[in-house]
Design a protein around this ligand. Structure first.
Ligand SMILES: O=C[C@H](O)COP(=O)(O)O
Length: 268
């Protein structure tokens, strides 16, 4: 089990799925399901990351129903304001009540050529706006097969966090997502996840301090399901999951959020 001082976080990345009407339906159902099961949000935090076009509707629902589910965005601009067609600033996301913002998801790195320097600039903007970046790292299959996965991810972390203050780093969340496990049904073994996440935590200790390394929550992501979440969460350095496909299915995502209850044998 991870350090009890770090509250586990289950974050659902909806990617480019669900229009704002569908988003409201799914979130309402998720909230009812978790409430019905008396989910303790202080014990396991729950967040959803909808497309930009859904966020205002999500905000209205969360505020109106006083939901304890948090929400955020999947990306952010490196710019503050101005002539940047199509971009969304961190300040705009803050105004919408977001808590989290993904920075450097592998799909952004792959399809939009985001480098570690861009991820670093995005993380800095998110922190400046008082929000929490979820900085994503992960290796492709070739790097894994060449046994370079820990070094690759640690280097990505170095690049993404360069110039950030220790007190800011302490607040952020990191997600380790092996690219070969995203949307493929190939889950890394719990030991695979632990190996890389422990490597990242070790680097945080070297670069910042033991207390910073102990504070940062590091999630695993890649084909997480109800059936696999327990083994992953049993690892000492894993503090939660970044869930893609399974977060679009209410019962599956609620089950992932309730992994502790289900382990204790409470009703599903
Ligand atoms: O952000 C989430 C990850 O890309 C994982 O997606 P997945 O659970 O569909 O594999």
């Amino acid at each position: 089990m991870a350090d009890a001082a770090r509250t586990p976080l289950m974050a659902g990345n909806w990617k480019m799925n669900l229009n704002h009407v569908e988003a409201v339906h799914l979130l309402q159902k998720l909230s009812w399901t978790l409430q019905d099961k008396k989910h303790d949000f202080e014990r396991v935090e729950v967040a959803v990351l909808p497309p930009f076009t859904d966020i205002r509707s999500v905000q209205t629902l969360v505020d109106g129903d006083r939901m304890k589910i948090k929400y955020g965005a999947q990306d952010v601009s490196v710019h503050d304001a101005g002539a940047y067609t199509g971009e969304i600033s961190a300040a705009m996301l803050s105004k919408l009540g977001c808590t989290y913002v993904l920075a450097g998801h592998s799909e952004r790195r792959q399809y939009h050529h985001e480098t570690d320097a861009v991820v670093n600039a995005k993380a800095a903007k998110v922190l400046e706006a008082g929000l929490i970046p979820i900085v994503c790292v992960g290796e492709g299959l070739e790097i894994r097969q060449a046994d370079g996965h820990v070094e690759h991810c640690v280097n990505q972390i170095d690049g993404a966090l360069v110039g950030l203050k220790a007190d800011d780093v302490r607040k952020l969340v990191i997600a380790y997502e092996p690219v070969w496990a995203i949307g493929t049904g190939e889950v890394a073994t719990p030991e695979d996840a632990q190996e890389v996440i422990a490597g990242i935590r070790g680097r945080l200790e070297e670069t910042f301090s033991p207390s910073v390394a102990d504070s940062v929550r590091i999630l695993y992501g890649g084909s997480v399901k109800m059936a696999s979440v327990g083994g992953i969460m049993a690892q000492p350095d894993v503090d939660g999951c970044l869930v893609g496909g399974a977060s679009l299915q209410v019962d599956e995502f609620a089950g992932i959020c309730r992994y502790l209850d289900l382990q204790l044998g409470y009703s599903s």
